[in-house]
Design a protein around this ligand. Structure first.
Ligand code: WTA
Length: 665
């Protein structure tokens, strides 16, 4: 790669800035899993049977008899009558088909330890742990909570659960004790797998302490399994109802656990995510549709082949890690890379060091990471040979064209396609993106809907907007990876995702349209640019946070009377959390209270939700009907012109807030 001189940078800026369409590199197209744009028409003509292509990527114990059962919308069912096991599909069949010595998981710890699990190794440990889980009493349909960082035992536990038909509910390790308890209570989960600790920027973190604290908030008995990640570095006591992971696995070394054949529509896992109200939503994914869709998109969007070394640098605690670190790549029998730590430890070239070391073929990461890399400078990627890369991907939030172009040039050396993939926890897999060997790329725009996906940009009335215009993103056809419901809450499922654009009294599937709660615009070529959430969810570094959840944490702090939280622009994080707080009469606004508020948010949710600023204000801007006018608070946080404030019940308050911001308190 060229030296990073100022001249180069200027030349790049000028040349790339002027270019808004990029063709897929010829060398890529020649070997791409999909290189024929006929796939769009084929899928349109043959819908929904086109999705048999996805179902064909997995092995079925019993073949399905119906591709799509749409007789009871919006409770769509896919591949009904079929049965399969996800763990069998991710392990046994590869072991049986000559891939037993291929690396399944290539793990790297933050301090540089390496662990390679071949498919055979992974098969053995998953079986042993599946038997161990059974010892504790886990049966099919019991929800097992996994509260673990990026260590191999996390995907092992997921696959062990899948093997015995127990749905897992992974709680991101960075979430607080309280967030763990809320999720375990909501799912009635009686089993927890966690670990003693893990490394962050060289420090050993005490994770077990946090898990124990969370367990105190769980309203039923729990059997806990603890993985020893840190050895002697951290001693912990197992405590009541706690079991040592190593002991369980050793006890069952060499055991084969027959994979439980699951109905296509049986739950594979639950994943809690943020929504408009304070209660996290338990998104339910099923076995047949989800697994097929994860495998199909991994193959066709990420262009993964079994012999590749593929790296999705997300955390398994989020949906991206479920679909594209674990299920998609392992179903295809490829090598998936897992890294425990942060990208700047010990130095800012850690990712590039790993790409070089493992000869990574595809890298899939988030725009927030790319913006950090860009800020750190090209010196770091330039230290390494990145020529093994064939494809780059992004997910989680809109990517600005400047960051896209930086990624394309400095990481991809202008010969890797970049797929900007729009999707959600609820969609299970990618929905809007170019196919890398087919479509031209337009930085900043995710691209057209994938073949077979009915994404549309509509106005408030639900009519498609004209090209060039903005509106709301909708999906007017079901797809195999879609969520089936919110756990034990069908009504909220309809309210949250369907009511807005569907005729909810109709039995006709065509009257049902899914609303992802994102704004978007569409161009002349049908490319969709996703603009961001239109509900009260903010996206911090690609993580979804509900403003209501943060507000209720703040209101729980002594001395706080009322709070409003908004997301405002942030260079690296995309959005950052800003809090506006009214104190109780006898409380003193100031640094001490501010610290307690920040701590309150970290305790309730986790450090990712930490407010960037806390502004004390005598009042909040409210409409005449008493609703907080968040738009104004966003404008204040962004330093933007405040526009029309005449509809406020209390227009003067905006000046007071502005003054508080300016005064720095
Ligand atoms: C946003 C992550 C623009 C969007 C897989 C969506 C994106 C939310 C993109 C889902 C993208 C995700 N361009 N925005 N390529 N990808 N989003 O559930 O607002 O954590 O609704 O799933 O992230 O976040 P979630």
């Amino acid at each position: 790669m060229a030296d990073d001189t100022d001249d180069d940078a200027v030349e790049l800026e000028a040349r790339l800035a002027a270019q808004d369409t990029f063709e897929p590199p010829e060398s890529f197209v020649e070997q791409a899993n999909v290189a024929d744009d006929g796939i769009y028409d084929e899928f349109a003509e043959d819908w929904p049977d086109c999705w048999e292509d996805a179902a064909a990527l997995v092995d079925w114990d019993e073949p399905y008899d119906t591709v799509l059962d749409d007789s009871n919308p919006p409770f769509f069912e896919w591949f009904t009558g079929g049965s399969l096991n996800a763990s069998y599909n991710c392990l046994d069949r590869h072991v049986e088909n000559g891939a037993k010595n291929r690396a399944a998981i290539q793990w790297e710890g933050e301090l540089g330890e390496e662990r390679t699990y071949t498919y055979q190794d992974l098969y053995r440990e998953v079986n042993a742990f599946a038997a161990g889980l059974r010892d504790l009493g886990v049966e099919a349909d019991d929800v097992v909570t996994l509260y673990m960082p990026m260590i191999p035992e996390l995907p092992i536990a997921m696959l062990a659960c899948a093997r015995i038909g127990a749905p897992h509910s992974v709680v991101f390790a960075g979430f607080s004790a309280n967030a763990l308890a809320t999720r375990m209570n909501a799912a009635d989960s009686e089993y927890l797998v966690t670990c003693d600790g893990y490394y962050r920027r060289g420090d050993a973190l005490n994770h077990k302490g946090k898990a124990d604290e969370g367990l105190r908030g769980v309203d039923h008995d729990v059997e806990t399994v603890v993985v020893d990640r840190l050895g002697d570095e951290l001693t912990h006591f197992l405590g009541d109802h706690a079991h040592d992971y190593g002991e369980l696995v050793d006890r069952h070394e060499g055991t084969h656990v027959e994979p439980v054949s699951r109905d296509a529509e049986d739950m594979l896992f639950l994943m809690y995510t943020s929504g408009t109200t304070g209660e996290p939503k338990g998104v339910k994914h099923t076995t047949g549709g989800y697994l097929s869709y994860a495998a199909w998109t991994t193959q066709n969007v990420l262009d993964v082949k079994p012999e590749d070394t593929y790296w999705c640098a997300a955390d398994i605690g989020w949906i991206t890690g479920h679909s594209y670190i674990v299920y998609g790549p392992l179903a295809l029998g490829t090598t998936t890379v897992m890294y425990e730590g942060t990208p700047d430890y010990p130095e800012r070239d850690r990712l590039w060091e790993l790409v070089e070391k493992y000869r990574v073929d595809q890298l899939y990461t988030a725009p927030t990471a790319i913006r950090s890399f860009m800020k750190w400078g090209t010196e770091y990627p330039n230290r390494h040979d990145l020529s093994s890369l064939r494809l780059l991907g992004t997910v989680g939030e809109p990517i600005n064209p400047r960051a896209w172009k930086w990624y394309y040039k400095h990481i991809g050396n202008e010969d890797c396609p970049v797929v900007d993939t729009w999707w959600q926890t609820e969609t299970g897999g990618m929905m809007i993106t170019t196919l890398p060997g087919v479509g031209d790329m337009k930085p900043g725009s995710a691209g057209p809907p994938l073949p077979g996906i009915g994404a549309e940009v509509v106005d408030v009335a639900g009519d498609p907007v004209d090209e060039g215009n903005a509106g709301y993103l909708t999906v007017n056809k079901p797809w195999p990876g879609m969520l089936r419901t919110l756990y034990k809450n069908d009504e909220r499922f309809i309210d949250e995702y369907w009511r807005e654009y569907s005729d909810v009294d109709s039995d006709d599937p065509d009257d049902w349209t899914y609303f992802p709660e994102d704004g978007a615009k569409i161009d002349d070529d049908g490319y969709i640019t996703v603009l961001g959430r239109v509900d009260d969810v903010i996206n911090v570094s690609g993580h979804r946070l509900g403003t209501m959840e943060i507000e209720s944490a703040i209101v729980g702090v002594e001395g706080v009377a009322e709070a409003a939280v908004v997301g405002a622009d942030h260079d690296v994080k995309g959005e950052a959390v800003h809090a506006y707080v009214i104190t109780e009469d006898d409380a003193t606004p100031g640094d001490a209270l501010r610290e307690r508020i920040i701590q309150g948010v970290e305790d309730a949710i986790g450090p990712i939700a930490r407010p960037e600023s806390v502004v004390f204000t005598p009042e909040l801007p409210k409409t005449r009907s008493g609703k907080i006018m968040r738009r104004l608070l966003v404008d204040v946080a962004n330093g933007d012109d405040l526009g029309d404030t005449s509809t406020l019940r209390n227009p003067d308050v905006v000046e007071d807030i502005q003054a508080a911001v300016d005064a720095g308190d």
